[in-house]
Each structure stands twice: as C-alpha cells, then as structure tokens.
Design a protein around this ligand. Structure first.
Ligand code: PLP
Ligand code: ZN
Length: 405
C-alpha cells in the first residue's frame, strides 16, 4: 500500500494512519505500487497460497501478517447452475456461493480486512450502522480479535443477524428506522464514545476485502472473466471492489482489458441506482419509504453511488430492479433446481438474469456469473411466508419481517 486516494477529488492521504472520509466527503480508495508488486508477485505464487481471501494479501492493506483476523473467509466455490440456466435461457450460468463464508455472507470478506486493519492501527472500540449481515460479520471478527463492537441496525433486521450479534457478544442497539438512521446515530455519538466508525466506505478497508471476490472469480475461471456479472447492490461496495480488482489485475498483467458487463440488481422497493442510471445522473437520490425482504438491498442512498454507477456505465452493464415476489420465487426455484439456498439478494440476480436474456440485453450464449451474497438460512422469516407450518404461529414470527416505513 502506498497511500489512500479520494475517489472524488483525488487528493492523497498517508497510509498507516486512521482515516474515515476525505475532507471533501469522498470515500477513499487504497492504492498500491502495482508496478513493483508485478515484479515480486504473480499468478504462480497463488499455487501454494492459503485457501482463504488472504491468498491475495500482497494486494491487501495489512502490513504485518500477525494483524490478520481470519475465520476462513473467501475461496467460495463457483457452481454451474445447469438446470436453472437451461430454464432461463442462459446455459452458461455460474453462481459464486458467498453464503458459504463465515457468518453466512460475503460481508465476512470486508470485515475480516477492516478488523485486521483496526488491529494493525490499534483501534479497540468500533461502531457500525448495518442492514444486518455486516453487523453479524463485524461481531464475529471483533470477537475473534477481542475488540469491542457497537452495532446499530434496523429493529426489523432478520432475526439471524440479531441473534448472531448477541451471541458474539457485541453491544447491539435496534433502531426504529433504516440503515441511514443508524448511520446518523453512529456519526452523532462516535466522538463522545471514542468509537471508530467502520461503516461501509466511511473506512477505506472493507472495500479491499470485498474486492477479493473479483480476484477469486478471475483465478477460478482461469483468468478469463465472464461476459456479465450480476451483483445485488445495496451500498454497492462489492461492485466497486470488483471493478477495482479488475483494474489492479490488468495493471499487473494478470488479465487483459476486456471486462464483464456489470449488472447492479436492486429491489423494486429500494432502487436508487436503477433510477439514477435511467435518469443519466452521476449520483443517486434518497429512495423514500424503502421496503424489501432483501434486507441488504435496503440502502436508500448509498455513499458509493458515484463509483457504482461508473462501473455499471464503463462496463456497458445496466441496473435492474426485481419485485419481492419475484425474488423469493427465484430463490425457491434455485433451491429446487440446484441445491443452493440463496439469500433473497442473490436470488434477485437469478430473476434479473432471466429478464435480461428475455429482453435481449444479454445473449443466451453469454457466460454469466451471479454472486449469491448470502445464505438463505439467514432469511427464514422471508422464506417462511412460502412455507407456513401453522398460520397463527408464523404470523407471530413475522414480527421480524421487513415492513414499509
Ligand atoms: C446478502 C447481501 N447481499 C448484498 C448486500 C449489498 O452489498 P453491497 O454494499 O456490496 O452492495 C448486502 C448488504 O448488506 C447483503 O447483506
Ligand atoms: Zn476528496
């Protein structure tokens, strides 16, 4: 790592210090000396490397390996979804199953990296606003690092997220509002409490962990990127991270200039990126009354909207919204056909792929890679609406279902 660079005004900041946002309010991107790295590190070095995302550690910000807090995140499988692919007219459909990560979602990658950097920088009290899965991951990695985690999440987060955070010993506050309200509370209280705010893009290192989804896909696919990538986009950090990973790999000569069409998949009840793309805007506007069972997509005004929209546009991709009905249907059909029980966010991508093939935006011969960002097991309230066991009992449990506000 050489320095941090503001993604808006390109101002440079020193590495090895504690930073949140640039003075201009822009999120940071971590920069490396890739020309030097190219000399000392190559694809061949991966042969004997650890089977977690830390196999890419030369392109990650941690300087001292003792700082790394790992629970085995990354190196999730890419599965050929033959039956689902055939049904939706996309026979080359692949699914990267991020549900197999620690805490059941891809958030493990970002928080493994960010908490490792907190260890390296000596930060001991962390706070996070979260839609749910990031909170679970922070709680787990903080427990592993013996660091304090203060968690703020909407009171109607999936029950799994709440129970996990409590079990990992985090300090949990349930907020009557959305992730944006949680963010405001953390921002207001952090100074007085002495918390380091580890919220998405307000600290520079989560994106670095998430970018390993891009490195891994390239490695697992023999350094040939797919024609299209479907990514369930809430904060957009995974999309931004992968886009960055592709540029880094090209700079090191690992891949060529061709890029997949990056497809941002959102929920009908919260689609600020889709609206911004359709309006030709550079940034999104706050999505009022956000509501969806895909809790990770309920981000009404993502901080990284500019970078997400850039990746979508530069790649010739698009953004598409799926209804809750369609994404839950897609999740159940995927489970039946492939044995993959996806989070509603990942399931939304299957519905999106079906539509984009039907509309002719993608060719049926295209190789498509869907990121299933989490396990369906974390969303039992959402899926239990389709499999009620006892009507009265299920209604009680639906207290945890995401409701409009
Ligand atoms: C399962 C799942 N998928 C997708 C997302 C959205 O992630 P990103 O911020 O990278 O867009 C989240 C965020 O909470 C999530 O939990
Ligand atoms: Zn700036």
């Amino acid at each position: 790592m050489t320095h941090l660079e503001c993604s808006v005004c390109t101002r440079k900041y020193e590495a090895g210090k504690v930073w949140n946002l640039c003075e201009c309010g822009g999120p940071f991107l971590v920069r490396y000396d890739l020309a030097k790295l190219k000399e000392s590190w190559g694809k061949e070095a991966l042969k004997g490397a650890v089977t977690s995302m830390w196999r890419y550690s030369p392109a990650l910000p941690v300087e001292h390996s003792e700082s790394i807090v790992s629970l085995g995140e990354g190196m999730t499988p890419i599965i050929e979804a033959k039956r689902t692919g055939a049904r939706i007219g996309a026979p080359n459909l692949l699914i990267k199953d991020e549900g197999l990560n620690p805490t059941g979602s891809f958030k493990a990658r970002g928080l493994s990296c960010a908490v490792s950097m907190c260890v390296e920088l000596g930060l001991k009290r962390l706070a996070i606003p979260s839609a749910g899965n990031a909170a679970s991951a922070l709680a787990a990695y903080s427990a592993a690092a013996a660091i304090e985690a203060n968690i703020f999440m909407p009171q109607d987060v999936p029950q799994s997220n709440y129970i996990e955070c409590k079990a990992y010993g985090a300090k949990v506050t349930l907020v009557d509002g959305l992730i944006s309200d949680c963010g405001r509370i953390v921002a207001e209280r952090k100074q007085a409490e002495g918390w380091f705010e580890i919220s998405t893009l307000k600290e520079p290192y989560r994106i670095e962990g998430k970018k390993t989804m891009g490195y891994e896909a390239a490695e697992q696919l023999g350094w040939e990127l797919p024609d299209a990538i479907f990514y369930p986009t809430g904060g957009g950090v995974g999309m931004i991270g992968m886009w960055k990973a592709f540029a880094e790999m090209e700079a090191m000569g690992w891949i060529g200039p061709q890029r997949p069409k990056m497809i941002a998949v959102q929920a009908e009840g919260c689609q600020p990126i889709v609206r911004a793309l359709n309006e030709g805007a550079e940034v999104s506007r706050f999505w009022e009354d956000a509501t969806t069972v895909a809790a990770g997509l309920r981000v009404p005004k993502p901080l990284g909207d500019r970078l997400t929209l850039q990746a979508v546009r530069e790649s010739g991709g698009t953004a598409i919204a799926v209804s809750d009905q369609d994404l839950v249907d897609a999740g159940i059909r995927l489970a039946e056909e492939e044995g993959i029980f996806a989070a509603p966010e990942g399931a939304a991508c299957v519905a999106a792929a079906e539509r984009l093939v039907a509309e002719g935006f993608l060719k049926s011969t295209d190789r498509m890679l869907i990121y299933n960002t989490g396990s369906g097991l974390k969303y039992l309230e959402a899926y239990s609406t389709r499999f009620p066991r006892n009507a009265a009992e299920e209604t009680d449990k639906l207290g945890g279902l995401i409701t409009p506000r």
